[in-house]
Design a protein around this ligand. Structure first.
Ligand code: ADP
Length: 300
């Protein structure tokens, strides 16, 4: 399995070696050559070499600034994740203390405190799963188990997670699945995870009323799973960046929405491992549609 991210320090070291050692040495060698010979062919050669060196330096600076940006995002991620771990733990601790000290007025209160503890535990497990998945992805240890599957079954079973929301007035979730979809060779769990990430985002980034349409159809040689929302939308200049690890749109209005900036990184990685594509169409204030394109003619 290919390793998609090499460690930051390794890449920084390579860039630093290029900029600090290689470039000055080449420049020095060139100057020595000119001084020693002073011929026209050497001057052409040196100009050519200088152009290569300058391009190399520009590339090194570009790569280094990318590394620094990624390191910054990682550090934001660490502070976000610490906060997200602390919030549910504090509430689990508080409600467990209240239960153990008998500080509740009725059976209903007792049950409510228990269900809060369960909910917060699930939130913690989800978060920890994300971190584990990311480190697997980073080290190239993710293995997919491809089997022939009926995609409509996979989509419908993922949607079962949202049974509670289906009957909630704030939600309007529509499912539009074409007939006669071809079987796909996929890793069922991975595709479910990708779809759940999109659905959770569609809910998270919607307004008070959450209008979501999930569709499955065939287009050209692909089975296309669409998750469309009428939420806040994504500016055009952000639409590529949101798939980068740890990237979160920097908007003050989104500060209270929990997230790790890893969900869409997983989606893209999973779909590309299936030789598919992820497309986003979005307009600020009107909503977004994420499409997962899975090839149905096996090209493996
Ligand atoms: P996060 O955990 O922050 O949601 P993701 O990788 O899933 O991480 O998404 C990256 C960013 O893309 C989010 O922080 C959000 O700004 C934006 N985004 C993702 N899905 C949507 C959506 N359906 N509508 C609007 N913005 C979205």
């Amino acid at each position: 399995m290919k390793k998609i991210f090499t460690s930051i320090s390794d890449r920084l070291k390579i860039n630093l070696i290029i900029s600090i050692v290689l470039i000055p040495s080449l420049l020095l060698a060139s100057v020595c050559l000119i001084l020693a010979h002073g011929r026209i062919s050497y001057i052409i050669f040196i100009s050519f070499l200088t152009a290569i060196i300058i391009s190399g330096a520009v590339l090194a600076i570009y790569l280094m600034s990318k590394e620094i940006m990624l390191a910054k995002r990682r550090s934001n991620f660490v502070s976000n994740i610490s906060h997200e771990l602390k919030t549910p733990l504090t509430s689990i601790n508080m409600f467990a203390d209240m239960l153990s000290m008998g500080l509740y007025d009725s059976e209903d209160d007792h049950d409510e405190y228990l269900s809060i503890i369960q909910k917060e535990c699930r939130r913690l497990i989800n978060l920890i799963d994300k971190v584990i998945n990311y480190s697997r992805l980073e080290s190239g240890k993710t293995e997919f188990q491809y089997k022939p599957e009926h995609i409509e079954e996979v989509v419908l079973s993922a949607l079962k997670t949202f049974d509670e929301q289906m009957i909630d007035e704030k939600y309007e979730i529509t499912i539009d699945i074409s007939d006669e979809l071809p079987q796909l060779l996929i890793d069922r769990d991975a595709i479910t995870e990708a779809l759940l990430n999109l659905l959770i985002n569609a809910i998270k980034y919607s307004f008070e009323r959450k209008v979501i349409i999930v569709s499955v159809k065939v287009e050209n040689n692909y089975v296309v799973i669409g998750v469309k929302d009428k939420g806040i939308g994504i500016a055009e200049d952000q639409q590529k960046k949101i798939f980068e690890p740890f990237y979160r749109v920097n908007d003050p209005s989104l500060q209270n929405i929990n997230g790790s900036g890893l969900g869409l990184t997983f989606v893209k990685y999973i779909i590309e491992a299936h030789r598919g594509k992820v497309i986003v169409e979005s307009k600020i204030g009107y909503g977004s549609e994420f499409k997962l394109l899975l090839p149905y003619k096996d090209r493996r």
